[in-house]
Design a protein around this ligand. Structure first.
Ligand code: DC
Length: 225
């Protein structure tokens, strides 16, 4: 009887934390190092927000938003950078505008919308090894993830990072208004009734304020066997 080569175990890594905590940068690097899929769940909520804005939906009309979530086709495609497709159109840049950032909270607070997004995210993580980053990955989407991390940093540092990122992407930005935006977003991310941002009890907490990207990655990788 020939024995089959040992199959590599599938792993799911959950990375949560507030805006500007370093999640995206770190998640991308870790996914690359581990040769697994990178899933930016915030991009999915952003893409839906863009669709709702384009269709001029009333952002308080929850049934309409849930229908939108059921029928929207959102694809995350990895290449040299992650591309986000909405109904076949590349919207990677459009979902990062301040209008979308400001409106995403109306979409993210709707329970039926979240159910749909969680269903999609679970389907990805069940099929393949992945690093998923977001707000509710370790608490709701994959409470049984193999590894859970919660990243945070001082507000001032987070605002500085987001501002730099926006400038690099070619968007207009002002560090004080970025700080305001982040404060408003923290508040709505932490206070919503469903899928609120919070650290899972068994997540490893990493304060990234005074660490370089490499230091954060090394620290997190040291937990992964
Ligand atoms: O990670 P980001 O800043 O691109 O996310 C944009 C918004 O999407 C964030 O303010 C809240 C929402 N979001 C969410 O509700 N749940 C997630 N798992 C990821 C993002």
């Amino acid at each position: 009887m020939g024995s089959k080569p040992a199959k590599k175990k599938k792993i799911v890594i959950a990375i949560d934390g507030p805006a500007g905590s370093g999640k995206s940068t770190i998640s991308k690097i870790m996914a690359k190092r581990l040769k697994v899929l990178y899933v930016d769940t915030g991009a999915m909520y952003r893409a839906l927000t863009l669709k709702a804005m384009r269709e001029k939906l009333d952002l308080e009309d929850e049934p309409a938003l849930v229908r939108l979530a059921r029928f929207a086709k959102i694809d995350l495609v990895e290449g040299s950078s992650l591309k986000v497709f909405l109904d076949g159109e590349d919207v990677s840049d459009r979902i990062r505008t301040s209008e979308v950032t400001g409106k995403v909270k109306y979409i993210a607070r709707v329970s039926g919308v979240r159910k749909e997004m969680v269903r999609l995210q679970r389907a990805i993580g069940r099929k393949t090894s992945a690093v998923l980053e977001g707000r509710d990955i370790g608490t709701v989407v994959f409470p049984d993830a193999d590894y859970k991390f919660y990243l945070d940093a001082d507000l001032k540092e987070r605002a500085k990072r987001r501002h730099k990122e926006l400038i690099e992407m070619g968007h207009d930005s002002n560090v004080n208004s970025v700080k305001e935006d982040i404060m408003v977003r923290d508040e709505s991310d932490m206070q919503r009734d469903v899928g609120a941002l919070k650290q899972a009890k068994d997540a490893i907490f990493v304060d990234t304020t005074h660490l370089t990207i490499d230091e954060v990655v090394e620290k997190m990788m040291s937990y992964i066997k």
